[in-house]
Design a protein around this ligand. Sequence first.
Ligand SMILES: Nc1ncnc2c1ncn2[C@@H]1O[C@H](COP(=O)(O)OP(=O)(O)OP(=O)(O)O)[C@@H](O)[C@H]1O
Ligand SMILES: O=C(O)[C@H](O)[C@@H](O)[C@H](O)[C@H](O)CO
Length: 176
Amino acid sequence: MSASFHLVVMGVSGSGKSTIARRLRDAFGLRMAEADEFHPPENIAKMSSGEPLDDDDRRPWLEALAGWTGEQRAQGTSTVLACSALKRSYRDVLRRPVPDTYFLHLHGTEELLRERMRHREHFMPPKLLRSQFETLEPLQPDERGASLDVAPPVAELVEQAVRLIRPLLPPAPPED
Ligand SMILES: Nc1ncnc2c1ncn2[C@@H]1O[C@H](COP(=O)(O)OP(=O)(O)OP(=O)(O)O)[C@@H](O)[C@H]1O
Ligand SMILES: O=C(O)[C@H](O)[C@@H](O)[C@H](O)[C@H](O)CO
């Protein structure tokens, strides 16, 4: 199995996970997954109706995401996953197939993120942001990763993230 690198871009709804993950996918040639696409329809319906998910709703979803990462790893494919990963226990599921998974936590104030959410088309109602913040457990000292404040423009955040991540990537295989 060749060396691979596995990144999760995490944070509450509206923090910019999809935006930043896509840019890192392109910068580093990673395979990307959107965690939202792994939710069963019941979870999407629940959030759309204004009710937050609970641990039971999230468990099978997290297992499916860990399964995806495990498959990619087995093929030596480096990945980026855009996923809320709000609690430590959720991240423990996500890192099971790859214990040194790197978590990039995008954080911002509730006011700023609510404003950004108001200006986009999405199933997630801005009123669920409160419960996202209440559920959020920031990275703990023994978790591999870093946090970025999302107040600056996207290009600046991408630059900061690239600076953090580039040194962690496995060396490119030699050309024949
Ligand atoms: N640094 C930034 N500056 C300004 N706007 C941003 C920034 N990052 C993201 N946005 C905008 O904020 C909105 C939310 O971003 P995005 O959809 O990437 O967040 P998300 O964390 O993936 O959300 P969700 O988890 O709810 O799907 C989008 O309209 C996006 O264009
Ligand atoms: O764990 C959760 O509560 C969910 O993953 C949410 O975070 C949303 O799916 C996502 O933010 C889409 O807006």
